[in-house]
Design a protein around this ligand. Structure first.
Ligand SMILES: C[S@@+](CC[C@H](N)C(=O)[O-])C[C@H]1O[C@@H](n2cnc3c(N)ncnc32)[C@H](O)[C@@H]1O
Length: 357
């Protein structure tokens, strides 16, 4: 089934019902470019299938079961592949078990995964919490693992479109409102710079303002000796910037013209789970959009070993990628199937199946 799917050109997702570990064992080595998943929480939710992962009595058994699946996943990923794991924590006898990091550390130590990022998914609202002796939990972890040091990564997909610089009354104003006027005054009035350093600083500042005007860079900051606070070491032996400051009396921080890279804290509101017939916990499409666009090539194949209602598959489809999803529950897969359809032009569309019920 899998080799047939891999060899055809369709981007319709392949949904397979069964136990993830057993299904994965039938996959050939290196056939998946990118995986994204969110396993069931440990002892938090009950899915309608008894063999479901997450019902283990001991957290160590839960972790071992996950690790068995991730070992197979490691085998089926291409050498340039990525695995994004969203995993929640659980309390036991008032103790926050620390499941996400226990899993991540074992994956690195025992299976050779390389952990590239630990992202905090800030759910912004979170669920109600009536306990009187602890804070509300509003975050979950999202880990980005790779199989080897050289892996597929389209960094431009992580950039936030920058604000555009403006020209007002002939003066250039950078994306964040820097005009250079203050820097010019600081240079002219500086007692820390020599006359030569002042001339050079003004000259280079004009060059930078020209670059802003022409769109070569979107924004900049200037660090002038004795004026701005620095975050690097003051020792010119350890910091190149400290050396530049000592020798030239100033330096520039240039912002990338395509915008700054995303940080590792993501504010994403969870899916609204009210008014549903089935109890399930899909992750929001926005949580897997950046992973898919950044680490799955256009002609790549995406895999989700706990695909549930198929969010990963829907976003893969929406972005023209092939995908394979496995879940132990046929009921969830039926929902997933309903969720994805083609419009008349054959373009992928994300269908809000909650409305379609
Ligand atoms: C947190 S949900 C995934 C939700 C999914 N990301 C979505 O958007 O709907 C976890 C899923 O794991 C499935 N599951 C549990 N044990 C499994 C197993 N052994 N093999 C495959 N799927 C399993 C459950 O049925 C459930 O749908």
């Amino acid at each position: 089934m899998i080799s047939e799917y891999l060899s055809n050109n369709s981007i319709e997702p392949l949904l397979i019902c069964g136990d993830s570990l057993e299904i994965l064992k039938t996959f050939p080595d290196g056939c998946i470019n990118m995986a994204m998943t969110s396993p069931p929480y440990w002892r938090k939710r009950e899915y309608d299938v008894e063999e479901s992962i997450g019902l283990e009595k001991k957290h160590t058994d839960y972790i071992d079961n996950l690790l068995n699946i991730f070992r197979e996943l490691h085998r089926v990923l291409t050498p340039s592949g990525s695995f994004w794991l969203n995993i929640g924590d659980s309390y036991l006898n008032k103790n926050l078990v620390g499941i996400p990091w226990r899993v991540a550390i074992k994956m690195c130590d025992e299976q050779g995964w390389i952990l590239r990022n630990s992202i905090v998914w800030n759910k912004v609202k979170g669920s109600p919490d009536n306990s009187k002796d602890k804070l509300r939990n509003v975050h979950e972890d999202l880990f980005h693992f790779v199989k080897s040091k050289k892996y597929y990564y389209d960094v431009d997909m992580t950039r936030k479109a920058p604000l555009k610089p403006k020209v007002q009354n002939g003066a250039v104003i950078s994306a964040t409102g820097v005009t250079g006027v203050r820097y010019k005054r600081q240079i002219e009035l500086s007692t820390a710079l020599t006359e030569i350093q002042k001339q050079n600083a003004l000259l280079e500042l004009n060059v930078i303002l020209e670059q802003i005007k022409e769109g070569v860079i979107a924004d900049f900051r200037m660090i002038i000796k004795g004026q701005q606070r620095t975050t690097h070491s003051d020792s010119s032996k350890v910091s190149g910037r400290a050396k530049e400051l000592e020798q030239k009396g100033f330096y520039f921080l240039r912002y990338h013209p395509d915008g700054a890279k995303l940080g590792d804290v993501w504010d994403i509101i969870p899916e609204d789970t009210q008014e549903r017939k089935l109890h399930f916990a899909p992750f929001p499409a926005d949580l897997c959009r950046t992973p898919i666009l950044t680490t799955c090539p256009h002609d790549g194949v995406i895999f989700d070993p706990f695909c549930g209602t198929g969010t990963t598959m829907a976003v893969a489809y929406e972005n023209g990628r092939k995908s394979i999803g496995v879940d132990i529950s046929q009921a969830y897969l039926d929902y997933a199937k309903e969720r994805i359809r083609s419009d008349e032009q054959g373009q992928g569309v994300l269908w809000d199946f909650y409305q379609a019920k």
